[in-house]
Design a protein around this ligand. Structure first.
Ligand code: ZN
Length: 95
């Protein structure tokens, strides 16, 4: 009996972990799994859209092609050569 309950809770936790990168979220997924069985929770997680997180990864210089993860007003490499090349961040989705 206790082993069944523990297994049930662990299955619910597993479903909650699967919901980490989903719109549904971990706590709702865990509660759905706990109260409506882990199979229902799994369906809810699968049908929940994936979260798309955007962040700035790099500032690429169009002149020399170097990328910087820190924010610079202008490319420091081109600046050494006397050229002022403003940098623009590339915003890309995380994978
Ligand atoms: Zn440059």
């Amino acid at each position: 009996m206790i082993i069944g309950i523990v297994t049930y809770i662990f299955l619910s936790l597993g479903v909650a972990l699967l919901a980490r990168d989903r719109n549904l979220g971990m706590i709702p997924a865990f509660l759905i799994s706990l109260f409506l069985t882990p199979i229902t929770g799994l369906f809810a997680v699968i049908h929940s859209p994936k979260l798309i997180l955007y962040h700035i990864v790099q500032h690429e210089c169009p002149e020399c092609g170097y990328s910087f993860d820190k924010n610079h007003d202008a490319c420091p490499i081109c600046l050494k050569d006397g050229k002022y090349v403003p940098l623009h961040p590339n915003i890309v989705p995380t994978t």
